[in-house]
Design a protein around this ligand. Structure first.
Ligand code: Z5A
Length: 210
C-alpha cells in the first residue's frame, strides 16, 4: 500500500482555512483519491475532548499550558486518525496543525521557539506534513470575515490587532524558512480564486491533476 499524502491548511483568523479544506477535499475525491478531512485542535475522539477543554470553557490558559494541551491533542490526533489513514493509503487534509502552535503560542503568546521545537520533535517527529498551504490575508481582512461568520467572538478574535499581525508575520516567516514544505497563498481574493490557487499548489507540489 502506498502511503497517502498529508496536507495542512494554516493561517490567521478568518483566512478561509475551513472553507478551502472542504473545497480541496471535494476536488481530491472527484479524481478518485480517498481523503480524510480533519482539523486541529481535535480530529479524533480523545483530541476532540481536549479541544473542548481548550475552547469551550472561556478559560485563559497560560501560554505554556496551552502549548502542552495542543501537543497532547496532536499526539492523540496522530495516533488515532492521521497515521492510520496515511498508512491505509488515504490522503489527510487538516484544517490547522503544528504551525498553529508556532504562530499562536510562539509568536502570539511568547512561548520560546526552542520549547515548541522540542515538543514538535517529541509529538510529530517524522510525521510532518508533505505540504502546508498558508492562507495569507491582512489581519483586518481576516478578522472582518471571522466576525461576519456570526458565531460570536472567540478569545483570539478579541485580541488586539498587533497580536493578529504577529500571527501573520510568523506564518509568512515559516513559509519563507521552509519553502520545500510550504506554499504561501494570497487569500485576499474571492472563494473561487483562492480555491483555484490551492488546487494549483497541490497539483504542482504533489503531482496530482485537479
Ligand atoms: N490554536 C492554537 O492556538 N494553537 C494550535 O496549535 C492550534 C489551534 C491547532 C481553533 O479555533 C483555535 O485554536 C484557533 C487557533 C487555536 N483560534 N482561534 N480562534 P477554531 O477551530 O474554532 O477556528 P479557527 O481555526 O480559528 O477558524 P478561523 O481562523 O476563525 O476561520 P477560517 O477557518 O480561517 O475561515 P473560514 O471559517 O473558512 O471562513 C471564515 C468566514 O469568511 C466564513 O464566513 C467564510 O465564508 C468567509 N470567507 C472565507 N474565505 C473567504 C474569501 N476568500 N472571501 C470572502 N469571504 C471568505
Amino acid at each position: 500500500m502506498t502511503r497517502g499524502r498529508f496536507i495542512t491548511l494554516e493561517g490567521g483568523e478568518g483566512a478561509g482555512k475551513s472553507v478551502q479544506r472542504d473545497r480541496l477535499v471535494a476536488a481530491l475525491r472527484a479524481v478518485g483519491i480517498g481523503v480524510v478531512a480533519t482539523r486541529e485542535p481535535g480530529g479524533s475522539p480523545s483530541a476532540e475532548v481536549v479541544r473542548d477543554v481548550l475552547l469551550a470553557h472561556g478559560l485563559a490558559w497560560q501560554p505554556l499550558s496551552e502549548a502542552l494541551l495542543h501537543a497532547a491533542a496532536r499526539a492523540q490526533h496522530l495516533v488515532e486518525t492521521i497515521r492510520p489513514a496515511l498508512a491505509d493509503g488515504h490522503w489527510v487534509v487538516s484544517d490547522r496543525f503544528n504551525d498553529s502552535t508556532r504562530a499562536y503560542q510562539g509568536a502570539g503568546q511568547g512561548v520560546p521557539a526552542e520549547t515548541l521545537d522540542q515538543l514538535d520533535r517529541m509529538v510529530v517527529g517524522d510525521s510532518q506534513p508533505d505540504l502546508t498551504l498558508i492562507l495569507d490575508v491582512p489581519a483586518e481582512v481576516g478578522l472582518a470575515r471571522a466576525q461576519g461568520r456570526g458565531q460570536g467572538s472567540d478569545r483570539y478574535e478579541a485580541m488586539d490587532l498587533s497580536f493578529h499581525e504577529r500571527l501573520r508575520a510568523s506564518y509568512r516567516a515559516i513559509a519563507k524558512a521552509e519553502p520545500e514544505r510550504c506554499v504561501l497563498i494570497d487569500a485576499t481574493g474571492d472563494l473561487e480564486a483562492v480555491a483555484t490557487a490551492v488546487r494549483a499548489a497541490v497539483q504542482t507540489r504533489l503531482g496530482v491533476a485537479l
